[in-house]
Design a protein. Structure first.
Length: 278
């Protein structure tokens, strides 16, 4: 009987030791994970707005809070008569990149966000310029795609010299110059593999006679460019002077390679809930 009791006590001690060991192991995992999370947050701390108070809750640009912010922003957009409505999905992609570039200080100006939706038929108004302070759409215009990008629809994109194709992704607008197409706006591509050769390729925003409402009214397809997002000569000067100087431009098409490999689209930057205004 005494041997049985002694055996049970040994088993109890062994079980207790095993439980403590398991608890310690789990605590180590949880602690390590928590520390890892803090390291991730701290690694983005220099991207946060400096006048925020400590203790504000942080969320990522992939979070439900960001999705709610994007949906609210879409509802608040103000359009003039004749403007087409921008896709909420594409606006969400554009806002994600815009906020990332703003917080990583890539934008010399954060006043305007320009979006080009190359999922649409070429004779649709595929370009929008949004005043980010007032949430007003100040331009909604026709825009051409590259000659080798497609006919009525933009389907193929490239970052290569001589491709005569449009390039996807996020850009900042640069300075202006007068060339063969008169006033033109330089573009700086920010995404490796997708648009970083834009400046060297001479990809600029400029006016073109082959982009105009008369063609649309006659049900003729607007013309195509050598890869530039060309616009109507009628609005080119006003458009260029509005968005020049380091504002954000986003050219979109649902190409899987881009969606999966864009560092900006997939960035997991932390920002405060207050900054989203929700």
């Amino acid at each position: 009987m005494n041997q049985l009791i002694s055996h049970k006590r040994k088993l109890s001690k062994t079980y207790l030791i095993w439980v403590k060991g398991l608890a310690g192991f789990l605590l180590l995992i949880v602690t390590s994970s928590f520390q890892g999370k803090l390291e991730v947050i701290n690694s983005y701390s220099n991207y946060l707005v400096h006048d925020k108070e400590d203790g504000k809750r942080l969320v990522t640009l992939q979070s439900d809070e960001f999705i709610a912010y994007s949906a609210k922003f879409h509802r608040q957009l103000k359009y003039d008569d004749g403007h087409d409505t921008i896709s909420p999905k594409i606006l969400s992609h554009a806002l994600r990149g815009y906020l990332f570039l703003k917080h990583t200080e890539e934008l010399a100006s954060d006043q305007y966000l320009t979006i080009i939706d190359f999922t649409l038929f070429c004779n649709k108004k595929r370009l929008w310029v949004i005043d980010m302070e007032t949430k007003k759409v100040v331009f909604n215009e026709l825009v051409a795609h590259g000659a080798q990008t497609g006919e009525e629809y933009a389907k193929s994109f490239s970052n290569k010299y001589g491709s005569n194709k449009s390039s996807l992704g996020f850009y900042t607008t640069g300075g202006t110059y007068f060339g063969s197409n008169n006033l033109s706006l330089k573009l700086n591509g920010l995404e490796a593999k997708f648009n970083t050769n834009a400046f060297a390729r001479g990809i600029v925003i400029h006016g073109a006679s082959y982009v105009n409402e008369d063609l649309v009214k006659r049900k003729e397809r607007i013309g195509r460019s050598y890869g530039c997002p060309a616009v109507s000569q009628k609005i080119n000067t006003r458009l260029v002077n509005t968005i020049k100087g380091g504002n954000c431009l986003f050219i979109y098409s649902p190409i899987v390679e881009y969606l999966q490999n864009s560092d900006i689209m997939n960035a997991n930057l932390y920002i405060t809930v207050d900054e989203l205004g929700i």
